[in-house]
Write a protein that binds this ligand. Structure first.
Ligand SMILES: Nc1nc2c(c(=O)[nH]1)N[C@@H](CN(C=O)c1ccc(C(=O)N[C@@H](CCC(=O)O)C(=O)O)cc1)CN2
Ligand SMILES: NCC(=O)N[C@@H]1O[C@H](COP(=O)([O-])[O-])[C@@H](O)[C@H]1O
Length: 203
């Protein structure tokens, strides 16, 4: 059984996709041990409660630069994989060392485009539309000391229309996120993901 902690900051639709995968049996050998939010009163914590999953608030405003250490204290020895699912705090320190290649993140663009500091939530799609790209998508990647610089596991592509609003593009990409993130968790739970430097081999 792959035990995971899912880290969130908002609505939790990607958390919902993982929960649905567990409930449907698609993620039959995955157990969500914790949902951890860095922000209070977010719907993601409600989703956890509704599904009898332990939801924990580690408020970024309280913990500030100690947030990563607090997360490590909570989960060390308890989980195999950390999944960032719409999580907006940058992780650092011992947590990254102890969980090297055991933290994954979903980002709503085709990295290396429109990522890094300041590229989160709707802002990512605003940047893509401003640039005038014809395709965008989402990326599941390992988390390292950089922001959105870890080795790429999966990417999924969507068409971009010049008339799209940021919200329309966000919703189109989210549909692919809700496929990609559970798919990546499934592959990892089956031992089918191997990392060599920046390259990730599947199968
Ligand atoms: N060490 C890492 N930590 C995190 C990563 C990562 O790749 N390495 N990914 C992010 C998720 N993310 C993009 O996928 C991301 C999240 C947030 C930001 C950002 O600029 N945040 C703002 C604060 C936003 C807020 O608190 O509301 C900031 O740091 O100024 C960029 C990218 C999760 N952690
Ligand atoms: N850089 C990180 C980032 O922008 N993450 C994005 O935040 C949204 C969270 O939605 P959710 O809370 O409904 O899953 C998702 O689109 C996710 O890709």
């Amino acid at each position: 059984m792959l035990k995971i902690a899912v880290l969130v900051s908002g609505g939790g639709s990607n958390l919902g996709a993982i929960i649905d995968g567990v409930k449907s049996g698609e993620l039959s050998n995955v157990e969500i041990k914790y949902v951890i939010s860095d922000t209070p009163e977010v719907y993601a914590l409600e989703r956890a409660k509704e599904n009898n999953i332990q939801g924990i608030l580690l408020d970024k405003k309280q913990y500030k630069s100690n947030l990563s250490d607090e997360i490590l204290k909570l989960i060390d020895g308890e989980v195999d994989l950390i999944v960032l699912a719409g999580f907006f705090s940058i992780l650092s320190g011992k947590l990254l060392e102890k969980f090297k290649h055991r933290i994954i993140n979903i980002h709503p663009s085709l990295i290396p485009s429109f990522c890094g500091k300041g590229a989160y939530g709707i802002h990512v799609h605003e940047k893509a539309l401003e640039y005038g790209v014809k395709v965008s998508g989402c990326t599941v990647h390992f988390v390292d000391e950089g922001t959105d610089t870890g080795a790429i596991i999966l990417q999924k592509v969507v068409e971009v229309n010049a008339t799209d609003t940021p919200k329309e593009l966000q919703l189109r990409i989210m549909e692919k996120e809700h496929e990609a993130l559970p798919e990546a968790v499934k592959l990892i739970s089956e031992g089918k993901v191997r990392v060599e430097g920046r390259k990730v081999f599947i199968g």
